[in-house]
Design a protein around this ligand. Structure first.
Ligand code: FDA
Length: 389
C-alpha cells in the first residue's frame, strides 16, 4: 500500500491540471488512468490543434442544473491564466473565430506541457491501469489498480463523461459518485449531430453547409450548419444539440440578416430574377435549388404572387426540423448532466458530505458550449481542486 496526499482518477485535462497544481504545492499525488496515454481527448481535440480555451468564457456559456455553480472556479482560473501557461512553454497559438484559441502546431504540445507541469510537482502517473475498487475508511481512500494499492486522505474523480466510449470513456465517475451517495443529473449526449428519420428531403444534400441561426427553445447560435447522410451537423447544430430534448423541433433561419419582405422587395426591383438564383447569393446553389423546389417558388419572381413569397420568407426564416434523435454518445463531443453540483462545493469541488472526495471536469454537471469552453472548465475546476487537496 503506497501512501499519498491525493489520488486523482483520470489523466485527462482536468486530472492532469489538478495533479500538477497539487504536486507543485508539495502534495504527494498519484494519477491513475486505464488508458496507455495521458490526455487522449486533448490529442484529438480541435482537429489535432486543441481549441484549448475561449477568451469569451463567461458562466452563461455553460449548461448546468445550477447555472451559478461554475462562476467561482471560472473566475479564479481564467482563460488568461491558461494562456500565460501556454506562453511560458513557448507554444504558438492563434484565435480562429469567436474567441476560440488553438495551437498553431499540435495538441501534443498541450499534453506535453501538462505532463511537464506534473513532473515539476513530482506527480506519479500510473497509465494502463484498470481501477479495481475504491473504498473509504479511517479518513482515507483506498484504491486498487492493476495489482497495486494506494491510499490518500483525498480522492479526485476526474474520469470525464461517457462520450466517445471507443476512446476509453466510461461512466466510472457516476458509479463512484453514487457509491458515495452523490446524486447524478441524467447524462445526455451533447455537441452531437442530430438525426432526421423518415423521408428526409435534404438527404441528397449531404456535405452541403450554409450559415444559419439555429434555435432550440431560447438558445440560438449563428454559425454554419451541415447537412449529413443522417441529418444535421456543423457548429450551429452541435451547439443547439446540447439544449435539444427528444420530441422538440429545432428551428433554423436559413437566411440570417434578411428582413421580412425581402423577397417581395426583390420582385419589384428585379422581377425577371429566378428565386433559386437569388437564394444562391447567400447559400450553395444545390441548397438554393432544393429550397426553391420545396417551397414551390422555382421560377421568376414576377410570376409568383406576393402571398406565396411572404409565406416563403417566413419558412426560410424559421425552417422547422424535427430530429428523431442524435448520433448518441458514440459521436458526442461532451456529456450534458453528470455529478450534481448540489452535492459539491463550488470553491473546492469537494463533496459537501464526503470529506476529501472531489469531482472535477466533464464528470460534473457543467457543460460548455462548443469552442474551447469545455477545456476551460476542465482547467478551472482542476485548478480549484488542486488548490484544495
Ligand atoms: P477527459 O475525458 O479528458 O479525461 C478522462 C480520463 O479518465 C481519460 O484519460 C480516461 O482514459 C480516464 N478514464 C475514464 N474512465 C476510466 C476508468 N474506468 N478507469 C480509469 N480511467 C478512466 N473541448 C474543448 O474545449 N475544445 C476542443 O477543441 C474540444 N475538442 C473535442 C474533440 C473531440 C473529438 C471530443 C470527444 C471532445 C472535445 N472537447 C473539446 C471536449 C473535451 O475533450 C472534454 O470536455 C475534456 O477532455 C474533459 O476533460 P476531463 O479531464 O474531464 O475528461
Amino acid at each position: 500500500m503506497t501512501e499519498y496526499d491525493a489520488i486523482v482518477l483520470g489523466a485527462g485535462a482536468a486530472g492532469l491540471m489538478c495533479a500538477a497544481i497539487a504536486g507543485q504545492r508539495g502534495r504527494r499525488v498519484l494519477v491513475i488512468d486505464h488508458a496507455k496515454k495521458a490526455g487522449k481527448k486533448i490529442l484529438i481535440s480541435g482537429g489535432g490543434r486543441c481549441n484549448f480555451t475561449n477568451i469569451g468564457t463567461a458562466p452563461d456559456r455553460f449548461l448546468s442544473a445550477n447555472p451559478h455553480f461554475a462562476r467561482s472556479a471560472l473566475a479564479r482560473y481564467t482563460p488568461l491564466d491558461f494562456l500565460a501557461l501556454v506562453e511560458r512553454y513557448g507554444i504558438a497559438w492563434h484565435e480562429k473565430t469567436l474567441g476560440q484559441l488553438f495551437c498553431d502546431g499540435s495538441a501534443r504540445q498541450i499534453v506535453a506541457m501538462l505532463l511537464d507541469e506534473c513532473d515539476k510537482g513530482r506527480v506519479d502517473i500510473a497509465l494502463g491501469q484498470a481501477i479495481g475498487s475504491v473504498d473509504h475508511g479511517d479518513a482515507r481512500y483506498r484504491v486498487r489498480y492493476g495489482s497495486r494499492e494506494a491510499s490518500a486522505p483525498a480522492l479526485v474523480i476526474a474520469t470525464g463523461g461517457p462520450s466517445i466510449p471507443k476512446m476509453g470513456a466510461t461512466g466510472l465517475a457516476y458509479d463512484l459518485a453514487r457509491q458515495f451517495g452523490l446524486k447524478v443529473v441524467e447524462p445526455r449526449p451533447a455537441l452531437v449531430p442530430l438525426t432526421l428519420g423518415g423521408e428526409d428531403p435534404f438527404r441528397a444534400l449531404a456535405g452541403v453547409a450554409t450559415e444559419v441561426v439555429a434555435r432550440s427553445g431560447k438558445a440560438a447560435f449563428r454559425e454554419a450548419m451541415l447537412f449529413t447522410h443522417r441529418g444535421l451537423s456543423g457548429p450551429a447544430v452541435l451547439q443547439v444539440s446540447s439544449y435539444w430534448r427528444h420530441g422538440a423541433p429545432i428551428t433554423v433561419d436559413l437566411l440570417p440578416g434578411h428582413d421580412e419582405g425581402w423577397l417581395r422587395a426583390a420582385k419589384r426591383e428585379t422581377p425577371r430574377a429566378g428565386v433559386a438564383k437569388l437564394l444562391a447569393a447567400a447559400m450553395p446553389q444545390r441548397l438554393a435549388d432544393a429550397l426553391a423546389q420545396q417551397l414551390g417558388i422555382a421560377g421568376e419572381l414576377a410570376n409568383l404572387p406576393d402571398a406565396k413569397l411572404a409565406a416563403a420568407e417566413q419558412r426560410l426564416a424559421a425552417w422547422q426540423f424535427d430530429p428523431n434523435g442524435s448520433e448518441g454518445f458514440a459521436k458526442a463531443e461532451v456529456t450534458v448532466g453528470g455529478v450534481s453540483t448540489a452535492d459539491l462545493s463550488s470553491q473546492t469541488m469537494e463533496a459537501r458530505r464526503v470529506p476529501g472526495l472531489h469531482v472535477i471536469g466533464e464528470a460534473v454537471d457543467v457543460t460548455g458550449w462548443l469552442g474551447g469552453y469545455n477545456f476551460q472548465w476542465a482547467w478551472a475546476s482542476g485548478w480549484a481542486a488542486g488548490q484544495a487537496v
